[in-house]
Design a protein around this ligand. Structure first.
Ligand SMILES: [Zn+2]
Length: 498
């Protein structure tokens, strides 16, 4: 008999926060079963949402699946162009696609990464988080209704402007997840729900990280979802793609690279909001004002910009703030591309400078690694550049600032931490899983999740999977394997023809 498995993905949830929420009585259910759960941490290497979720779902590192960031960069004559990664960029299938290819039909996934387009397999997919519009392949009207509702609630959360609004709207999102878990449930199969919470809350309302009591209602709601999953499914997995932690300063990588002679100054301007062009009005910030938006007058500068944004909003327009970076991307040897996301890559256009760039940044307390030191696989040449690991111990994060800003911007902030979580209820009767849970180390690579679930489901594991040695070493498992590559290419070909 196939088991029923529920997976709850909580973007950016660190272990210590869950433990604190239990200790403070906000998660009575989780607390009551904590001794029956396996508690591990997940190491994503690059603690960034798209590559990490893709590794979690595919069982391979970014060097094999090919998703490194939200955007793929390209240097063009006017500067730098960024385009969203889509599922067509995927070089390796994910768990729902592999399950479907091997004939296992009962899989439902809410919010895979990348979320768009949905590739033609038998897996049921609802996607409203990492997609440009709500999409689903569930033919019943229920699928459309859920995708639209999820999209609307996520958009309301995205547009929330105060902490109060963020918390209220995040609660509405979680309540909707509880409904979805209920309405999509069947007796067997895999049911996977990924949410942007708590990561999105900490990005928009960092004080919730310092004072988690203001989000205690959210933990209560997550607890209610878990209680329901526990009662209705044979097993429950809670997974996060990275953690969240506090920093006391940001290292302006571009300023460091400029001071060390790697950046050639230019007039290049970056927009803040890149994806939605309609009704967009661009305002260029004068160079002289740039230090202001990071400096002591930032609150004033930001409220002024918000004022301009509101005026534009009343007239049905959206305002984008353009910030001159002062980087000539076509002539510079190394730079960190600015995005709306956290910053983990330095683009290196002169391979002879690797050592010097590493030294310059390590003097600032950051660890810089070459793609070959971190990734492996046939897509490694597509890595955006050197990988910058932040200094969590000292509280320094990297930042792709302008060369007109200071080298170190001292300000308390909350951003991605390295380690995510893997918490699960072991299934009875699976000896290998019991052994694996007991013997494997406390920290596991994030690509362990898909193979672990597939072994439970009885679906053959990809022969490219990076975690095969771990399953064998700690679980004594010699799993069924399959090479999915040929079928996968075919599915992508069909998708591109549609
Ligand atoms: Zn994330």
């Amino acid at each position: 008999m196939k088991a029923s498995i529920a997976v709850l993905g909580l973007d950016g949830m660190p272990k210590d926060l869950l433990v604190e929420a239990m200790a403070r009585g906000w998660m009575p259910f989780l607390n009551s079963v904590r001794g029956r759960l396996v508690w591990k941490q997940l190491d994503p290497i690059v603690p960034l949402t798209p590559p990490s979720w893709t590794s979690i779902m595919s069982g391979v590192n970014p060097g094999k699946h090919g998703i490194y960031d939200f955007y793929k960069y390209e240097v063009i004559s006017e500067g730098i162009k960024a385009r969203l990664y889509t599922s067509m960029d995927l070089n390796h299938p994910r768990i729902h696609e592999m399950a479907s290819m091997s004939g296992y039909r009962e899989v439902t996934i809410v919010n895979p990464m990348p979320g768009y387009p949905i590739l033609p397999t038998k897996a049921r997919v609802i996607s409203f988080l990492h997609a440009p519009k709500p999409v689903t392949n569930i033919s019943e009207s229920m699928g459309d209704k859920l995708a639209r509702e999820g999209w609307e609630r996520s958009l309301r959360l995205l547009n929330a402007s105060s902490c109060g609004q963020v918390i209220d709207r995040a609660l509405e999102v979680l309540e909707f997840y509880r409904e979805m878990v209920f309405s999509l449930r069947k007796d067997r199969g895999l049911y996977w729900f990924t949410s942007s919470i708590p990561d999105e809350i900490f990005h928009k309302c960092p004080k919730a990280f310092y004072k988690p009591d203001i989000i205690s209602r959210l933990f209560e709601e997550i607890d209610a979802i878990l209680r329901y999953m526990w009662n209705e499914y044979d097993t429950v997995f809670v997974v996060s793609d990275h953690g969240s932690t506090r920093y006391r300063a940001k290292i302006n990588v571009n300023k460091v690279l400029y001071d060390n002679g790697f950046i050639v100054p230019g007039e290049v301007v970056e927009e803040r909001e890149t994806h939605k062009k309609q009704g967009l009005v661009k305002v260029r910030m004068p160079r002289i004002l740039i230090p202001l938006i990071r400096g002591p007058l930032r609150v004033l500068a930001r409220s002024f910009f918000q004022f301009l944004r509101d005026i534009a909003g009343w007239r049905g327009k959206r305002l984008a703030l353009e910030i001159p970076r002062g980087i000539d991307y076509s002539k510079s040897k190394a730079y960190m591309p600015p995005t709306t996301t956290p910053w983990y890559y330095v683009v290196l256009r002169d391979s002879g400078s690797v050592g010097e760039v590493k030294r310059a940044l390590s003097r600032e307390g950051l660890i810089v690694l070459s793609p070959e030191e971190v990734f492996s696989g046939e897509r490694i040449s597509e890595a955006p550049g050197l990988i910058v690991l932040w200094n969590e111990a000292e509280g320094f994060m990297a930042y792709a600032g302008s060369i007109y800003e200071p080298r170190i911007i001292k300000r308390k902030t909350v951003n991605h931490g390295r380690y995510g979580i893997l918490v699960y209820k072991p299934l009875e009767g699976l000896d290998w899983l019991e052994r694996f849970s007991e013997r494997s180390p406390e920290r596991l690579p994030n690509h362990i999740v898909a193979p672990l679930l597939m072994a439970i489901m009885g679906v053959p594991i990809s022969s490219a999977s990076d975690s095969l040695p771990l399953l064998e070493k700690y679980g004594g498992l010699k799993p069924k394997m399959a090479d999915y590559r040929v079928k996968w290419l075919l599915i992508k070909k069909i998708a591109s023809a549609i």
